[in-house]
Design a protein around this ligand. Structure first.
Ligand SMILES: *Cc1c(COP(=O)(O)O)cnc(C)c1O
Length: 386
């Protein structure tokens, strides 16, 4: 059929510019060790920044909740899928992130679609950083409002977009920690703009929650007011699955009424909510894990500077090595894999054209020895004519 020929052409074109995507099949994983096609590798590409995805206490809470509540929740939140453990998690998330209220979602992708499409109308606009996550762009498309993008972290450019708005239900939105670069937005500057122009601010804290502000996220880290809307994911530093929106009570009530990505989907399994509660308890009672992560970040940066690796300015677990060319990024990634390290190549359109990179992520589960030998291998591989 014709559509298959058309798809084949599009896939060929993708291949010819080195943008063909392939999934790794992971045979097994345990903390930072991962087995892919028989190769045992040290994983420097996971968002499980604290190693919590493999914590025995989280596994235990999954088993216990599954025994008592079942595997699947069986329905959406507005039917019979809103269980006691979801309610308990929402209360805990609100308290933990210093918000009036919180709402649990199936994924960060859907939470972003929900907030943006609920707040922004057809006559409104989404004012967004150019390097925001794809889900924030898709939220703007779903809202049918205009998408106005400003230069990365350029508040004057952001302001020039806000000045021109006509007051048709608008939103200012940014990643808190940029997912492919690891740098932080000027969130207090954004908060000031939001208040001055009376446009709500949404911060996507996917890579801040669990890490910044002793794990409480960007609001605690930068002492932001509770009218700032936060989206956090449970699938990264918390090691589980799902996401949440934290903000004013009225916003949460409106999402329950109007947000289609909230209403028309099955709630997360009760075991995931239970494991997240355990994860937050560990963040509160065992701060050493976070300390280990920051030690690892500092050690990596110091070693990388000694070896003159092309790292960028980032104090978060995301430490990209930008090599620009997509084909070269793939060859370097393959060579590192041959040497026992998993660092996936990230290519456009996930990152801007000409900025392909290895997205290196650090975890509290990495040992000093592993980080040290990675830096040595990286400095050798980056010097090869690949
Ligand atoms: C991963 C990510 C999301 C999506 O979260 P999921 O829970 O994985 O759907 C949203 N925003 C950013 C910045 C992310 O990195």
């Amino acid at each position: 059929m014709r559509y298959l020929d058309q798809l084949a052409d599009r896939i060929d074109a993708q291949q010819s510019v080195n943008l063909f995507r392939q999934r790794l099949v992971v045979d097994s994983a345990r903390f930072e060790q991962i087995e892919v096609a028989g190769d045992r590798l040290i994983n420097f590409s996971s968002n499980d920044y604290l190693g919590l995805a493999h914590h025995p206490k989280l596994k235990e809470s999954v088993s216990f909740a599954t025994e008592t509540m079942g595997v699947g929740s069986g329905a959406s939140h507005l039917v019979t899928g809103h269980q006691d453990v979801h309610r308990a998690l929402e209360l805990k998330l609100a308290e933990f992130t210093h918000a009036e209220s919180a709402l649990v979602f199936s994924s960060g992708y859907m939470a972003n679609l929900a907030v943006i499409s609920t707040l922004v109308g057809r006559r409104g606009a989404v004012v967004a950083d150019k390097l925001n996550h794809a889900s924030l762009i898709d939220g703007a498309i779903l809202s049918r409002g205009k998408l106005l993008r400003y230069r990365h972290k350029d508040l004057a450019d952001a302001e020039s977009r806000l000045v021109g708005l006509k007051g048709g239900a608008d939103l200012l939105v940014s990643d808190s920690v940029f997912s492919m670069d690891g740098d932080l937005a000027d969130v207090s500057g954004l908060q000031s703009l939001s208040e001055h122009y009376d446009v709500p601010l949404l911060l996507d804290d996917a890579h801040g929650f669990g890490i910044l502000g002793e794990g409480r996220g960007i609001r605690a880290h930068e002492k932001l007011r509770d009218n700032v809307i936060i989206v956090g994911t449970l699938g990264k530093a918390l090691g589980v699955y799902g996401a949440f929106v934290a903000g004013p009570q009225l916003l949460i009530q409106a999402l329950i009424q109007f947000a289609r990505p909230y209403i028309y989907t099955t709630s997360i399994p009760p075991s995931m909510a239970a494991a997240t509660l355990k994860s937050i308890e560990l963040l509160e009672t065992e701060p050493a894990r976070l300390q280990t992560l920051f030690n690892n970040i500092n050690q990596f940066k110091a070693l990388a500077k000694c070896r003159n690796l092309p790292i960028v300015e980032s104090d978060t677990p995301i430490q990209p090595i930008v090599v620009k060319d997509s084909a070269r990024a793939l060859r370097i990634s393959n060579e590192l894999r041959r040497r026992g390290y998993l660092l996936t190549a990230i290519r456009p359109p996930t990152v801007p054209a000409g900025s392909a990179r290895l997205r290196l992520t650090l975890s509290a589960a990495h040992s000093f020895e592993q980080i040290k030998s990675l830096v040595e291998e990286l400095s050798i591989v980056l010097d090869l004519e690949l």
